[in-house]
Design a protein around this ligand. Structure first.
Ligand code: 13P
Ligand code: ZN
Length: 272
């Protein structure tokens, strides 16, 4: 048996490949992490090596002590993951303090986990602390979503309403709305802290002029959320590119209230 035969690893590889085919992962753009369940970690354990040094996470995630994560490698291309998952992804274990990790599988040709590991782990920690079933954190660079960050203000309400109004399914898929992080230097603790704070409320956080982070209980949910938001962003970009760019009609606040009633949604009052 190989790690890559296990269902969680197959689901992981499929998201990387599908994201690449969607055009969301130029070069090494984007990254993915998955928190293994206890049963999955036990099944995979005979295939782990544990001789690796403990290394700094560069933030602290005490609620994730001892947990295992599959994640993409820093500088590795999503495009190459299906071809050679062991060289381009890894499984790490967080230590008992939550400040360090060690490699237990993968990155066979060298490397380290994604530079966005602090954001991934802090997002996982927020979701776990909230009792959420979230196991997947997915970061991509989708072109329409990024384009919108040049014309919309970095405010949750503006972004959420733009996306909700673009496609009737959007308020159903993310009734809590989306959070926004104004432009920040990626790859460090500061952007991780800003993102994790928003992940307390949202499952999707926009990084201005950079990309999107999505959280989900399953690979389908995280990928589906990314896909739905990018599709809504594409519709919005097209509307804004047609004629004078003004909408003649839209999904109104009244319509959103009707939708909430019809579907039993609790749409965020912040955005109504
Ligand atoms: P990594 O290759 O380190 O995962 O970085 C890619 C990226 O998208 C940074 O935000
Ligand atoms: Zn990125």
């Amino acid at each position: 048996m190989h790690i890559t035969d296990l269902p969680f690893a197959r689901g992981f590889i499929r998201v990387c490949d599908d994201g690449w085919l969607k055009g969301w992962h130029e070069r090494n753009g984007g990254n993915l992490s998955y928190r293994l369940s206890k049963a999955e970690a036990e099944e995979a354990a005979p295939l782990f090596t544990t001789g690796d040094d403990w290394r700094e996470i560069k933030t602290s995630v005490p609620a994730l002590a001892g947990e295992y994560f599959m994640c993409t490698g820093s500088g590795k291309f999503m495009r190459n993951i299906r071809e050679n998952p062991a060289a381009n992804t890894c499984i790490i274990q967080v230590d008992e303090s939550g400040a360090r990790y060690r490699l237990v599988w993968g990155l066979t040709e060298g490397g380290i986990p994604s530079s966005e590991l602090p954001t991934h782990l802090m997002n996982h920690e927020v979701k776990k602390n909230a009792g959420s079933l979230c196991r997947v954190i997915y970061h991509a660079h989708p072109v329409n979503l990024i384009s919108l960050t040049f014309v919309l203000p970095p405010e949750g309400k503006a972004f959420t309403r733009e996306l909700w109004e673009a496609m009737t399914e959007c308020p159903v898929i993310f009734p809590e709305g989306v959070g926004t992080v104004p432009w920040m230097v990626p790859g460090g603790r500061d952007i991780a802290v800003a993102s994790a704070r928003l992940m307390e409320t949202f499952n999707a956080v926009v990084w201005f002029h950079h990309g999107l982070f999505c959280a989900g209980a399953t690979f389908d949910e995280a990928f589906g959320l990314m896909d739905a938001i990018e599709k809504a962003a594409e519709i919005s970009v097209k509307i804004r590119s047609m004629g004078d760019g003004k909408k003649r009609q839209t999904i109104t606040t009244e319509n959103l209230k009707q939708l909430a009633e019809g579907f039993g949604l609790s749409l965020s009052p912040l955005f109504i």
